[in-house]
Design a protein around this ligand. Structure first.
Ligand code: GLA
Length: 713
């Protein structure tokens, strides 16, 4: 341990985390934020000392890393458990502190009365400065311990972080940020959908009143977990505020036998003193370099062609073959055969669970199509929804008891399918065997792993089991990955319903949303970017008329939106006009040209008026940048404003051009397009002027997206 034995300071990057964890006392976070180099923790303790306030306890009840029930803190406890209604008031004191290096510590606490051990596993990542926090609970008593709630940690919130943004959304409209006005009391989101959810993504972003994308202090929290969750922020009337995140348990779901342990999912926390975009970059770095497997870093992310919106369940083979040819022609590098290829899956009412090629549509199996795709120079990917079964399937007819259910309760109907009970070893074994066979028999390098319903009654053999189900899912994916080390997996759940750092530890990208409507995607992708980098966000060029919103958008707009992500397409290329195919092909070529920058650059969201969404990527060495400026709805003023480009080197000048669309026309001429030859060779502009003076945007129709390229000279 560093300093005096009462304190531990973890330092990484520009961050310091100071913990007060004297043996015999209650552990708490004394400070978390900008790196401190000469501040003695004992002095910090004195600087932040509080006092008795009339009308309250004689001495203020101190907070701790769990604010467990027995502590008596007036806010919501972070740990709540009992033994048949007794031993309910746990009160943890530190018994041991283990610190192997300067950025990780394990703080062991015990309550001798209720016989519970709580170990806090805390780290600050040296690369990203993101803090990780987990709690492990051990039942050191002689009878069963029922745990109602255990937060991954109870983290004190910086008093400046008054402005809270939570995540709302819905199917085809994920990752919508919602600002919550400053409050006293509690902000609580409970996700009981059995997946990360479309509407309650377990993430929070907080800032001070003055914080914007490029300046001001801010904080963000995310629970890396794909099952049920609870997110809460409690602001006490004494001025203190805490963030807790953890698994949401159904009644009786978690019970530990003597000697058993439970470990919470990991809570990721980050802070930045220079704006929300800087904070996102820390999370992106953490996800890419600490959480995700590096298999995806080994080669550029291939352009996808996905068959779903082109064929739905119509798997006529000649169409699929022709689509492959057209896809290769416009630049696709991977072809993904979506839903509809297996069992009796001629519509969405049958077949889930029967993971073998449908004899009706693939009499010779998948081999000929896969061969055709790979001979065109593309990789082949295949859609699965392993956790599900349709009542109309061979699997269900044989094993009707293999599903999650609650005794005496009807299933809530949801896309005509039930959820398999993965906690039963024979179920997970069945799924592994079938996936393994297909992946071994064919040249399949990619799996789109889908999950298309909420889980309302996650009962297994009489007890709620979504916590165990989520762990069993992780174990199944891990087993598939181990057996097929080069396989890449996409996490899809009716779009972005299962996107989190838990699933991304074992998958390679998310299907951000089922909405391929480029206007919807502008806000969905912007919201998701708070925690997810562009390269893992599946972004497809959809059909001219979006099948979900009915909106018609030009190909240029659709391309511009998909270009800022892991690009792909999902439209019927056989019915597109040659003009549109040419535009698409040019857009794909542009993505490939700048792919290393888009997927490897530093990401920025820009502060803009409400009708605009602007985001950008800047090369780590500031040698070039791409900025996407989308006029989403049109503006109130006669002319649009200027674009202020962040992240450039102020001492350098940049050749500035419009990279997309290939030829932009302003509504009236001449405009800045002509003044700076932005459609042609561009003009060299000082980085400092691009950042501080700004660049006038030409007058454009709504639903237009420009991509600017800046290249240092
Ligand atoms: C989900 C996915 C879609 C598609 C369909 C197929 O909705 O999100 O992309 O794969 O299932 O049924």
């Amino acid at each position: 341990m560093s300093e005096s034995s009462d304190f531990v300071t973890l330092t990484a990057g520009n961050t310091s985390l100071v913990l007060n964890c004297a043996v015999g006392a209650r552990p708490c976070i004394l400070y978390w934020g900008e790196k401190l180099v000469q501040s003695d923790p004992a002095l910090l303790l004195r600087m932040t000392s509080r006092q008795h306030a009339p009308g309250s306890a004689d001495a203020e009840v101190e907070s701790s890393l769990l604010n467990e029930t027995g502590a008596g803190v007036s806010g919501s406890p972070g740990f709540s458990a009992h033994r048949n209604g007794t031993a309910w008031a746990s009160f943890f004191r530190v018994t041991e502190v283990r610190q192997s290096d300067t950025n990780r510590v394990e703080i062991v606490c015990e309550d001798k009365t209720t016989k519970v051990r709580a170990t806090h596993l805390i780290g600050v990542d040296p690369g990203s400065s993101v803090m990780t926090c987990q709690t492990e609970i051990e039942n050191i008593g002689t009878d069963g311990l029922a745990i109602d709630w255990c937060a991954s940690g109870n983290l004190p919130l910086d008093p400046r972080a008054k402005h809270l943004f939570g995540f709302t959304g819905r199917w085809s409209g994920e990752f919508q940020l919602e600002e919550v006005a400053p409050f006293l009391g509690s902000y609580v989101r409970e996700n009981k959908s059995g997946r990360t959810s479309h509407d309650k993504f377990p993430g929070l972003v907080l800032g001070a009143a003055e914080t914007n994308e490029q300046a001001g202090p801010c904080f963000a929290f995310h629970l890396g977990w794909s099952g049920n969750s609870r997110v809460r922020v409690d602001r006490l009337s004494d001025g203190r505020a805490f963030v807790q995140m953890g698994e949401y348990f159904f009644p009786g779901e978690l019970s530990l036998a003597p000697g058993e342990t439970y470990r919470t999912p990991c809570l990721f926390a980050g802070f930045a003193s220079r704006g929300f975009s800087a904070l996102s970059r820390k999370f992106h770095h953490h996800l890419k370099h600490t959480i995700m497997d590096d298999r995806i870093q080994r080669k550029p992310r291939p352009i996808h062609y996905n068959t779903w919106e082109a064929v739905y369940f119509d798997h006529a083979s000649d169409k699929l073959f022709k689509l492959a040819e057209k896809a290769a022609e416009v630049g696709a590098e991977r072809y993904i055969l979506d839903d509809g290829w297996f069992g009796a899956r001629r519509n969405d009412k049958a077949g889930l669970g029967d993971w073998w090629p449908s004899e009706d549509v693939y009499p010779e199996g998948l081999g000929p199509l896969i061969k055709h795709v790979t001979s065109l120079g593309m990789e082949f990917g295949l859609w699965f929804e392993p956790e599900m079964v349709n009542p109309d399937s061979e699997l269900f007819r044989k094993h009707p008891d293999w599903i999650l259910q609650a005794e005496g309760v009807e299933q809530v109907p949801f896309r005509g399918q039930y959820v398999l009970d993965l906690t039963r070893p024979e179920v997970s074994e069945y799924l592994f065997v079938h996936l393994h066979k297909l992946l071994s028999d064919h040249d399949i390098s990619y799996v789109k792993w889908d999950m298309n319903r909420d889980v309302h009654h996650p009962g297994s053999r009489g007890r709620p089991a979504i916590s165990r189900q989520t762990r069993a899912l992780y174990a199944l994916i891990d087993r598939v990955r181990t057996a097929h080390p080069d396989l890449e997996i996409e996490s899809c759940s009716s779009g972005g319903g299962r996107a989190d750092y838990g699933i991304l530890q074992r998958t390679d990208r998310i299907w951000t949303s089922d909405s391929n409507d480029a206007l919807d995607r502008q806000s969905i992708q912007r919201g998701a970017s708070h925690f997810f980098p562009l390269e893992i966000m599946g972004a497809h060029v959809g059909p001219e008329t979006c099948h979900i919103t009915g909106r018609r958008l030009k190909m240029e707009m659709r391309v511009a939106t998909a270009l800022f992500g892991h690009m792909g397409m999902e439209l019927n290329l056989l019915s597109e006009s040659q003009d549109n195919l040419n535009i698409l092909k040019a857009g794909i070529a542009l993505h490939k040209q700048h792919r290393a920058l888009i997927h490897g650059g530093d990401y920025y969201r820009l502060d803009t008026p409400g009708h605009v969404n602007a985001v950008g990527v800047v090369a780590p060495d500031q040698s070039e940048a791409l900025v996407s400026w989308c006029n989403v709805t049109g503006h109130n003023e006669t002319l649009p404003g200027r674009i202020y480009v962040p992240g450039l080197d102020r001492s350098k000048s940049y050749r500035t051009k419009i990279a997309w669309p290939k030829k932009v026309r302003s509504v009236s001429r001449p405009s800045v397009l002509e003044a700076l030859s932005l459609n042609e060779e561009g003009t060299v502009l000082p980085g400092e002027a691009l950042e501080h003076v700004g660049l006038q945007v030409p007058l454009l129709h709504p639903e237009t997206c420009l991509i600017y390229h800046f290249e240092a000279i």
